[in-house]
Design a protein around this ligand. Structure first.
Ligand SMILES: Cc1cc2nc3c(=O)[nH]c(=O)nc-3n(C[C@H](O)[C@H](O)[C@H](O)COP(=O)(O)OP(=O)(O)OC[C@H]3O[C@@H](n4cnc5c(N)ncnc54)[C@H](O)[C@@H]3O)c2cc1C
Ligand SMILES: C[S@@+](CC[C@H](N)C(=O)[O-])C[C@H]1O[C@@H](n2cnc3c(N)ncnc32)[C@H](O)[C@@H]1O
Length: 638
């Protein structure tokens, strides 16, 4: 997908209808978009009656526009006592509106004011990819996919019960009605999926029929004589058998606690086992960790997944606060300085190429960087105004608390052996006593995963890291996170974290003076002269072990049942161990992966649409190493 999103232009035709100069077409008909939403999209899809009594109902829309169809559907769902338990709405949009423009346009429908305000409160940054928003206590999910439908639809993973085809008229916008798009609708169709559109153009009807939709013209709405209703009669992928909603999660770090919370939110019963005496005591035990994405010029997978993880992570932090379990964190901003002039130039090139929204990322010169840091610096670089630091143990604790009674914890219990019997995974301690059992087991036990024979195919390596704790006055500079080969946090509880070292395959737990020296050297490189007053002797700190992955991407998904596979084997054809999953390999960036990883695995296990593009999901598949042997090497925090 393209790495830049061009926002929609707010314009009106001579009659005052919202109009798109890109497509030379109006967004809504003269007789009112709301009526069209109800009469064309809902009625032609047999809604509301078709969702009655169902566990979930999924709609895929081409063209989000003003969001009117979504709002009308959400309103109808709310008003229907027989509604499905969950409503999932996926909409693809190439040119999303800016939120202020949306507010102006949506003011035309006062009857939807409460819902549209709720939508705008969560309106995402205009950046490419899937943005998963949750409403009505998570019972309504909106996946906004920002990108061109031709490229974006093939990356959506969902089973659609209904389609809304609403992408401007085929004459103005043939791409949106192309055979490639229709083929994707067929791929996404659940058995019996329906569709609706106001277009009865011959090529639309023939194109839909060619991929398996039976279509019929119906009397039209508003100015239109006819509209089109369709039903998928091709070979639809049958839905995956839902797993029994009981899971065992090994590990209460950011990985395990995130997936536990997301499962609990879907009604799963979860037991979390950790050998420590509380949440976030392993690698996730630091006072403050850096939280920000990692862009790249080619918008590679790391850049796309960290962007998605960062944006979802922000929403998750807000969600936890909303449900009464705030995390200790600060969106103070992250300043990432170029290590030299060459890197600074590359950083500038990334921003020039992608033109991200300035409240997400912008370039700052040396002087402005110094002002932001509150300390003179030697370079400019990237400024992430919404990034910041998170205290990982509080994220772990908030996740577990948000799960309420659906999450039970077994602290102080070390998993020694995992066995499958009678369709369940059983966790045993070293004395052979059973700790817990469930049909689904999720290995989120950081570097401890290496001791489990079931996970022998996962190339997780320990990477020792030491952070130094420097005494700091409240409100002293820097009050933002500053990175440059290492990082330094603002003052948190009288201390500032400076770090971190990165030593692969070293499992010694002691604090080392040499590593404090390394951290102070890095600090001096970040903020010249800042480290001078600190005395190495007696410096406090913390040592942890990152579960590092060879390609710096995490491992999220089903654990393979074989040790080898042919290079060209599709990932779906690699046999997996029944009910066994991993959330691992978080390496130096656990905070940016964790929340999205939880949502991704919980969605998959619950048979729901995935919150991320398929190629990115595959890029994190734990079985990928069977196809391509890992290259050695792993990196630090910066
Ligand atoms: C020094 C340092 C600095 C870092 N800085 C940053 C940063 O700035 N930003 C960032 O995003 N990331 C940072 N990271 C990385 C981040 O902390 C990790 O990626 C993340 O914490 C990994 O989370 P996890 O849940 O996978 O592992 P862990 O937090 O280690 O959780 C695994 C849990 O499993 C438990 N466990 C293991 N084996 C067993 C067993 N057999 N039975 C029962 N329980 C078991 C452990 O007790 C542990 O609690 C840093 C890491 C280190 C070490
Ligand atoms: C008629 S409007 C949709 C109205 C919308 N469904 C609503 O309820 O307000 C059509 C939308 O399709 C979008 N669009 C057009 N071509 C697209 C493409 N190739 N990929 C994704 N979106 C596209 C336009 O930007 C526009 O927002």
């Amino acid at each position: 997908m393209h790495a830049t999103i061009t926002p929609a232009t707010l314009a009106f035709d001579p009659d005052g209808h919202p109009y798109s100069p890109f497509f030379d077409d109006v967004y809504h008909t003269t007789s009112g978009g709301l009526g069209q939403a109800q009469q064309v999209f809902l009625v032609c899809n047999g809604l509301p009656s078709r969702w009655a009594g169902r566990a979930a109902f999924t709609i895929v829309e081409t063209g989000f526009g003003l969001g009117l169809n979504f709002l009308a559907t959400w309103a109808a769902w709310r008003a229907d006592p027989a509604r499905s338990r969950r409503l999932h709405f996926i909409s693809i949009e190439k040119h999303p509106f800016r939120v202020d423009d949306l507010a102006r346009l949506q003011a035309a429908w006062p009857e939807l004011a409460e819902l549209s305000a709720g939508l705008r409160r969560q309106w995402p940054a205009l950046l490419p990819g899937v943005h998963r928003l949750g409403f009505d206590d998570g019972r309504v999910t909106l996946d906004l996919v920002f990108g061109d439908a031709v490229q974006a639809l093939p990356l959506v993973e969902a089973r659609a019960d209904a389609f809304y085809l609403d992408g401007f008229s085929p004459a103005c916008n043939p791409d949106m009605w192309s055979p490639a798009v229709f083929a994707q609708l067929a791929r996404l169709a659940a058995p019996g999926a329906s569709l609706a559109t106001w277009s009865v153009a011959g090529e639309v009807r023939r194109g839909l029929q060619a991929v398996g939709f039976a279509v019929e013209r119906r009397p039209g709405f508003g100015g239109k004589r006819q509209m089109l209703a369709g039903r998928f009669e091709g070979a639809a992928r049958s839905p995956e058998a839902p797993a029994e909603r009981r899971a065992l999660v090994i590990g209460a770090g950011v990985a395990g606690s995130s997936v536990a919370e997301r499962l609990a939110a879907r009604g799963w019963q979860v037991v979390v086992v950790d050998e420590a005496d509380g949440p976030g005591q392993g690698a996730s035990g630091n006072k403050a960790g850096v939280f920000r994405p990692l862009p790249s010029l080619d918008d590679n997978r790391l850049a796309r997944i960290t962007r998605a993880g960062f944006l979802y992570g922000l929403r998750h932090l807000e969600h936890l606060a909303r449900v009464g379990h705030p995390v200790r964190w600060s969106p103070c901003g992250v300043l990432h300085l170029g290590r030299d002039a060459k890197q600074e130039g590359k950083m500038r090139a990334v921003v020039d190429a992608h033109q991200p929204p300035a409240d997400y990322l912008r370039v700052v010169g040396q002087e402005e960087a110094g002002q932001l840091a509150g300390w003179p610096v030697a370079a400019g670089g990237w400024w992430f105004p919404g990034g910041g630091w998170i205290q990982p143990p509080t994220l772990c604790a908030a996740n577990l608390a948000a799960g309420g009674e659906a999450i039970r914890t077994r602290f102080g219990q070390r998993l020694a052996r995992l066995e499958r019997g009678d369709g369940e995974w059983v966790a045993f301690d070293a004395a052979g006593a059973e700790i817990a059992r469930a049909p689904v087991a999720i290995l989120a036990n950081g570097v401890g995963i290496r001791a489990l024979p079931q996970a022998a195919t996962l190339p997780v390596r320990p990477a020792r890291g030491q952070v130094s704790h420097l005494p700091a006055e409240p409100a002293s500079a820097p009050r933002v996170v500053v990175c440059r080969l290492g990082y330094v946090s603002p003052e948190v509880d009288g201390l500032r974290c400076a770090g971190a070292t990165f030593v692969a395959d070293d499992e010694a737990t002691e604090l080392r003076e040499a590593e404090h020296r390394e951290n102070l050297d890095k600090l001096d490189f970040i903020l010249p002269g800042f480290a001078a007053p600190f005395d190495l002797a007696g410096l406090a700190g913390r040592v942890g072990f990152r579960p590092a992955s060879p390609d710096r991407l995490p491992m999220i998904g089903a654990v393979p049942a074989v040790a080898q596979a042919g290079r060209d084997t599709p990932l779906v054809d690699i046999p997996r161990q029944p009910g066994l999953y991993a959330v691992s390999g978080f390496g130096a960036r656990g905070l940016v992966w964790a929340s999205l990883a939880g949502e991704l695995l919980a969605s998959r296990l619950s048979g729901e649409p995935l919150p991320l593009e398929r190629d990115l999901v595959d890029a994190m598949d734990p079985a990928r190493y069977l196809l391509k042997p890992p290259r050695p090497g792993a990196g630090g925090e910066e």
